[in-house]
Ligand binder design. Sequence first.
Ligand code: CO8
Length: 261
Amino acid sequence: MNKEIGNNFVDVDYTIQKIAIVKINRPEAKNALNGEVRKQLAQIFSELSFNDEINAVVLTGGDEVFAAGADLKEMTATSTEMLLRHTERYWNAISQCPKPVIAAVNGYALGGGCELAMHADIIIAGKSAVFGQPEIKVGLMPGAGGTQRLFRAVGKFHAMRMIMTGAMVKAEEAYIIGLVSQVTEDDQTIPTAIQMAQSLAKMPPIALQQIKEVALMSEDVPLNAGLTLERKAFQLLFSTEDKNEGVQAFIEKRKPSYQGK
Ligand code: CO8
């Protein structure tokens, strides 16, 4: 089943069991993230967050380009108008998706596009992928996590170079500095992400969601608080049927079958 929303700027493919492939589809503007694209992404991720049939999500812009940033042709608003757009609500719908999200990036992931990729948990980059925060070149600055998530992902000196100079970073370098998880041939980017999503979809979903929640929280809390959160989540998993199934399957030397309970 292929589900299309609104002006079809974002497609969702549900044909593979347990996973959703979310594809930005605005090639004429290099998948630039205009308000409508962001709204549709938010709607889709909100739906996926509650969809019990889906255990993992692939987010992509297709084979040629991930997203060339916010739509520069929509940048004529005043500060007040920008504030009233409350675009953080759109981004929150993605960052708060409790399921694993894998970004499959070919071509440009610039500005808001790079920030969008960084909303994912894992980034698979084709060799053509180019990451950057070029907002400075148009008199702006990152506005959806570029000064925060990028800084945490790659550290101060790589982040500052990218944010302050607008330097573009190709896939291989992005891998070296820790901005992507894996580099593939371009024609393997989406298949690799799908394969990874399929293997994640077979994992115990409650454990995966706890890992995601606790690991992302580590960026915001002191070590001791984070360790306590981790311990509590770890203990919680002892009440899941999936934990019993996983351990029992190991002992019986068979493959586990997880039910998300
Ligand atoms: N916004 C609007 N349209 C765009 C954008 C964009 N960001 N990027 C490309 N396009 C359009 C072009 O205008 C062009 O349209 P047309 O055919 O009508 O002239 C079409 O896409 C094709 O683009 P190019 O001809 O420029 O293609 P090239 O292959 O020559 O170059 C580039 C591709 C390098 C991606 C180039 O288009 C470019 O530099 N784009 C702008 C990149 C940029 O500066 N991004 C940052 C934007 S600011 C930002 O993201 C702030 C984030 C803040 C919060 C997040 C909100 C989402």
